[in-house]
Design a protein around this ligand. Structure first.
Ligand SMILES: [Cu+2]
Length: 164
């Protein structure tokens, strides 16, 4: 076969079912519901979340939800510099937009509920897993056809440059 005619042959690229898109669904944020009362189920524990997750606090009558600025103050049930988030009865949400460790407790009784009612909880927020990027898979036949077409185009360009 004449090499020149081979370079000019067009290679049909059939795109029927040529692309397979594998896209995993988006990572869904989680909402954890906490019943915030004396001796809560989360009392004295650590809740592990990922960025974007939310806690919905159901703060019961006679209690509050406060956030403490440091582990030392939290460990001492010392509410110096704390932020009052809600006074029960109230339902409030905290969405965790960044990684880190957060400390929550009930400030009623100046530390009494935090200590003796175990109304304290640590929240550790870790990075959310990356959302998978869609992957395009070329079936072997299409990939080979594209490679041949690219090679043919290179050859014909070279020949034109040579004045053929
Ligand atoms: Cu309390």
């Amino acid at each position: 076969m004449d090499p020149l005619s081979r370079t000019r042959r067009t290679i049909p690229v059939v795109c029927t079912a040529a692309l397979a898109l594998l896209a995993a669904g988006p990572a869904f944020a989680e909402t954890v519901e906490v019943l915030w009362t004396a001796n809560p189920s989360v009392g004295g524990t650590t809740i592990e979340l990922q960025v974007g997750d939310t806690i919905e606090w159901d703060v019961q009558l006679g209690h509050d939800l406060s956030e403490m600025p440091s582990q030392a103050l939290f460990d001492a049930c010392d509410f110096t510099g704390s932020t009052l988030i809600a006074i029960g009865p109230a339902v409030t949400q905290t969405t965790f937009d960044s990684t880190g460790v957060r400390y929550f407790a009930c400030s009623v009784g100046a530390g009494f509920h935090c200590d003796l009612f175990n109304m304290n909880v640590t929240v550790v927020v870790s990075p959310a897993p990356p959302v998978p990027v869609p992957v395009v898979l070329w079936p072997p036949g299409v990939a080979a056809a594209l490679a041949l077409a690219g090679l043919a185009a290179l050859r014909s360009r070279r020949r034109r440059a040579d004045g053929e």
